[in-house]
Structures are given as structure tokens and as C-alpha cells.
Design a protein around this ligand. Structure first.
Ligand code: GLC
Length: 598
């Protein structure tokens, strides 16, 4: 199975949020299960600065976006069994930040266009392109658009993962043709139009072969107006292809027994180190050295959907409890100012750092006892999983992935792995914080067992990767794990095979040799009544011959020495002329061409 994962950020290259963690670890987990995986990212300034000397210059080409005709360099790097591709265009990506520019629409329009147009230069022609959020939402749309004219694009299936539906990529209607190079048909039939605007995410939800929300509960919530930011109707309509695969975390990176970022390592079997980490955290943040007072930690962007209003409302009640509070994060000014002000009221008991700081965040995961995440909505949430891994018991609101990962403590049968509350109400939150604090103080044994249950949870990527492979398999019709070509024992017509239900047996070989007209050898005895459709999954007539012929044969790694020299100057400008594989101009642009598929 050949998967191309398209994202706008990924650890360790560039990060602003949880998407980067997912894009940084899921591809390797897929590769570990046997898939061929490549990832494609923009070549941001930050990436060039930090990884420039490891990048391999592959080639360059030109990409047409409406009337624009722009350079696009292709760099690569191999890591953990995954090929990482970086698309270079200095005008769009050589900037200090990843997002937040007035031309973000154009930047990611270019990126998505380039992902599709640069496919012939990649090491494989993907069977699936997995896109993430609005920044790559145009990929499924461009594939359909190009697919009308070029067969090879129709062979590719698409998955869209929604990490946060709040950000949809909304632009004025006039951008459709002028900026994104799409025919007005896309707006006329409503595919890409929402409330009078171009809405890239909506277009992708409709065009992708499968849509994934990052937790089962979020997948359900997205069908409700409260969570869906006006896309609930579309989500309900697409319920048939919607799934909710829970994210994992990188359990090697987040391992209290080996983590070099924390003061003292520890494990579930020997928790002594955690006590030392607590003392260290208190020292680091100026909290009193009180080993028996629980520390409640918050590591979060300080924005409203993280539920911080609840914390603001009852902060003083919380501080009446025998606890300490440490908050790390930055964001909206109103929260920053309030927390800063509050910290001054409780010297030695409350500490605030308005920052994004990896070291301190790890010190909090390791040194705190409780971890508070009262989110109003939380597609998945990774922090609660990291906290649990470090034996820091989560207190969460039951929404999205928080609900799927934290099960409430039940004293009577000594069960659960954290504390939860359902209503978005500060009194409910305060109630469970109080319960948690007193369990810690008054029933240390029960708390230790609860903590051990939290640490024992398996949040590794292996499970989720398996679920994604299942989705890829469903939309491509390829069985997963791949069925080995049964070396049919000589003359016998392998009787077992006749009984295999058609949908399962066929795709293995049907995928390769153009299956259309020939009467599928294994299959003629079909005894029953229905005519056993050869391949159920795809919307299109399937049977694309391997696209290789059309793929301009890639001389690629011919002259690595020269290329390396080019890559040494990572900024690409210098590399352009030297070894550039000058591609025969990518066919006509997309602007204003014939009407799109549907
Ligand atoms: C977004 C969501 C977060 C999720 C992450 C990764 O940042 O807000 O809940 O865990 O994406 O999918």
C-alpha cells in the first residue's frame, strides 16, 4: 500500500499544534506495519535552517495555480522508514512563521496544487493521499478536477483527517477561479461553497473518499451544530464515510523511564523519581516545597475552546483547596493577564509561565500530580495522554478525545484512570477537582492505584495505524494486510479459493492487472444469485492501469554528487539551475477549463 501523507506541519520539522505531533509519528507507525509511506510538507524557513544540510535536492518544476506559474523545488530526506518531501517556494514559505499571513489561502492553495502536480517526481505513485485540515483540503478537489482530464489522477483515493473543524479555509467567492484556479461549476453545484464563501474544508469533506475525525466521540460530535461550526449538515450527509480513529502518542519519546528532558527518570514499578521531579518543578516555578500538596498542571494554548473560562470563574475556589497550580502556555490576552494577575495573589502556590516551552512542559507532565483539561471541545487532545503516561492523573471534561481516553474514577469499585465532568460548568469542574485533591491527600493508596491505571493505558500509535490501514484498504479495495499470492499447488484449482466471498478474494490481484474486461479467473463458479461485483469500493470505474507510463521517467538519483552540492545551499535558489530536472511543462493549468467531475 503506497500512502502519501500531506500536512502543513510535522514534528520534528515544524510545529504549532497537535497536528504536527500526529503527522510526525503516524507515518512511521504506518511504515512499521508494512505500508510504503512518504510525507509531503512545505519547505518553511525554519525547516531549512534546522534541517537544510540533511535535505536532498530532487528536482524542480513549475506549478500552475490559476494564472500563476511558479517555481516549486522538491527536496527529500529519509527517516524511520519514511520519505519526507519538502516543497520549496521561497515567496510562499521562506517566512519566519508557518501561518498567520494575509495570503495563507494562496500559500496553501499553491501547496495543495503542488502536491498534486509534483506527484510524477515522487518515488512512487500513491494509492492514497491522506490530507489533514484545511491547508491540504484542496488536494482531493484538485485530484478530481485533474482526474477529468487525466486518468492517472483518478486512480488515487483520498482521506481527509479533521483535527479541528473550527478552521475551514474560508475565502471570498471571487477566489475560486482567480486564486484557486477552479471552474465556477465547483461553486454552482455547492461543493465548495458555504454561506456564500469558498470553503475548502467543506469541499474536501465532500470530495474525499473517507473522512476521519481524530477520535470516535469527535466524529459523533461533528454531526451536531454545537461542535461543527456550521458543517454539521455536511458531516451528517457524509456519515457513511466518516470514522473516528483516535490519535496515539509517540510512546518512545514520551517515556518517563527514558526521557532525557526530565530531572529524574521513573516508571510505574518505581515511582520514587516522580517525587523528585515534583520537587524540581516546585523549585523551577517558585512553588513552595510541599511534597504532600498535589500540584495541578495546565499546559495549553490559552484560547477559549480549551475551557479556560471555567478556570477563571472558580480560580479562587480552587486555590482554597490544599493544592498548587502551575499554568504554562500563551494565547489570548484576557487569559494571560488574568492568570498572571492571579498568580500574584497566590505566591508560592500558583505559578504561571506565558510561554511555549518544551522543557518546562515536560517538567510539568513529570512533576505534577493532576493535569487539568476542561476543554469546551477537544477533537482528540494529546496532553492528557502524555500526562497519563507520566503518571499525572487527568481531570477532563467529557468531550471529544478526552471522553475516549479518560474514564472516570469510581471509588466504590476502584476503577477509572482519571476524573471527568460532563457539563460545561465551573461548579462541576470544581467538584471533581476537589474530589481529586482529597483523594490524593486522604487516600494516597487509592490515588496510587488510580495513577498506576493511568500509566498502564496503551496510547501507542500501533493501534491507530492499524485502523487507518483498514480505512485505506476499504477505499482502495486492496486487502490489508496484503494477501500473499497463493502459490496455487500446481494442477488443482485451489478449491478453497472458490468459496472465498468475492469481495475479499478478488481485489488482491484485481488491483494490478486491469481487471475490467477479463472474467476474473478465480471467480466464475460464483454459485449464488448475485453477480458478485468485482470491486466494491471505488466511486469511479476503477481499473486504472498503473500510472507509470504517464509518469515522466525519473532519472532522479542520477547525479547525487552534484545534487548534494546543490542541496548544501539549502535555500534552493542556488540549487535551481544546477541539476534541476527540467520537467516538460506540466500540462495546461486548471484555470477556467471544462466543468469538473461532480
Ligand atoms: C488539534 C486538536 C487536538 C488534536 C490535535 C491532533 O490540535 O485541537 O485536539 O489532538 O489536533 O489531532
Amino acid at each position: 500500500m503506497k500512502i502519501l501523507y500531506a500536512a502543513s506541519e510535522a514534528v520534528p520539522f515544524c510545529k504549532t499544534g497537535g497536528l504536527a505531533d500526529v503527522a510526525g509519528s503516524l507515518p512511521a507507525a504506518l511504515a512499521a506495519q508494512g505500508a510504503e509511506v512518504a510525507v509531503v510538507l512545505p519547505l518553511y524557513q525554519k525547516v531549512k535552517e534546522k534541517f537544510g544540510d540533511r535535505l536532498y535536492f530532487e528536482c524542480y518544476d513549475y506549478v500552475d495555480l490559476a494564472w500563476r506559474h511558479s517555481y516549486c523545488g522538491l527536496f527529500s530526506l529519509e527517516q524511520d522508514g519514511v520519505t519526507w518531501y519538502f516543497l520549496d517556494n521561497e515567496q510562499y514559505f521562506n517566512r519566519p512563521e508557518l501561518y498567520g499571513y494575509m495570503d495563507d489561502g494562496e500559500r496553501f492553495g499553491f501547496f495543495s496544487r503542488a502536491v498534486v502536480r509534483m506527484l510524477p517526481h515522487l518515488k512512487f505513485w500513491p494509492e492514497v493521499i491522506h490530507c489533514n485540515d484545511w491547508q491540504t483540503a484542496l488536494v482531493p478537489i484538485y485530484l478530481k478536477d485533474d482526474g477529468v482530464r487525466e486518468d492517472r489522477f483518478r486512480s488515487i483515493r483520498t482521506v481527509l483527517s479533521i483535527h479541528n473543524i473550527e478552521y475551514q479555509g474560508r475565502y471570498g467567492k471571487e477566489t475560486l477561479g482567480d486564486l484557486f484556479g477552479l471552474d465556477h461549476g465547483w461553486a454552482d453545484d455547492g461543493t465548495i461553497l458555504m454561506d456564500g464563501d469558498v470553503n475548502l474544508l467543506k469541499g474536501a469533506i465532500l470530495c474525499a473518499d473517507a473522512v476521519n475525525a481524530v477520535s470516535p466521540t469527535y466524529a459523533n460530535e461533528l454531526k451536531m451544530p454545537y461542535f461543527a461550526h456550521r458543517l454539521d449538515g455536511i458531516m451528517r450527509r457524509c456519515g457513511y464515510k466518516l470514522s473516528g480513529v483516535l490519535n496515539g502518542i509517540d510512546v518512545k519519546r514520551y517515556d518517563p523511564a527514558a526521557d532525557p528532558h526530565i530531572a529524574v527518570n521513573y516508571s510505574a514499578a518505581d515511582m520514587a523519581g516522580k517525587q523528585a521531579d515534583k520537587a524540581e518543578l516546585q523549585k523551577l516555578t517558585g512553588l513552595r516545597q510541599e511534597p504532600y500538596v498535589p500540584i495541578v498542571g495546565i499546559v495549553s494554548r490559552l484560547v477559549s475552546h480549551k475551557g479556560l473560562d471555567l478556570v477563571c470563574e472558580v480560580l479562587h475556589d480552587m486555590m482554597e483547596l490544599p493544592m498548587q497550580l502551575v499554568i504554562l502556555g500563551k494565547g489570548d490576552r484576557k487569559y494571560e493577564e488574568f492568570f498572571q494577575w492571579a498568580a500574584n495573589q497566590y505566591p508560592g502556590r500558583m505559578a504561571v509561565r506565558l510561554d511555549y516551552n518544551e522543557e518546562l512542559s515536560m517538567a510539568i507532565y513529570a512533576g505534577a500530580d493532576l493535569f487539568l483539561m476542561p476543554s469546551r471541545s477537544e477533537p482528540c487532545g494529546l496532553s492528557q495522554m502524555i500526562a497519563m503516561r507520566y503518571g499525572t492523573v487527568p481531570i477532563v471534561r467529557e468531550t471529544g478525545g478526552l471522553k475516549d481516553t479518560v474514564t472516570p474514577y469510581e471509588a466504590w469499585r476502584d476503577a477509572g484512570n482519571g476524573f471527568t465532568f460532563a457539563n460545561y460548568a465551573s461548579s462541576d469542574m470544581l467538584y471533581v477537582i476537589r474530589e481529586a485533591v482529597y483523594l490524593y491527600k486522604d487516600y494516597p493508596d487509592a490515588f496510587a492505584r488510580l495513577r498506576a491505571r493511568a500509566m498502564a493505558c496503551d496510547f501507542s500509535w500501533a493501534r491507530s495505524a492499524g485502523e487507518y490501514l483498514h480505512i485505506y484498504s476499504t477505499i482502495t479495495g486492496q486487502p490489508w494486510p496484503p494477501v500473499e499470492e497463493a502459490p496455487a499447488p500446481a494442477e488443482e484449482a485451489a478449491p478453497a479459493e472458490e468459496t472465498v466471498p468475492a469481495e475479499e478474494a478478488v481485489p488482491a490481484e484485481a488491483a494490478e492487472p486491469a481487471p475490467t474486461e477479463e472474467p476474473a479467473p478465480a471467480q466464475e463458479p460464483v454459485p449464488t444469485e448475485e453477480p458478485a461485483p468485482v470491486q466494491e469500493p471505488a466511486a469511479e470505474p476503477v481499473a486504472e492501469p498503473a500510472p507509470t507510463e504517464e509518469k515522466p521517467a525519473k532519472p532522479a538519483r542520477k547525479a547525487p554528487a552534484k545534487k548534494r552540492a546543490a542541496a548544501k545551499k539549502p535555500a534552493a535558489k542556488t540549487g535551481r539551475k544546477t541539476t534541476a530536472k527540467k520537467e516538460t511543462r506540466p500540462k495546461k493549468g486548471t484555470a477556467g477549463k471544462e466543468k469538473p467531475a461532480e
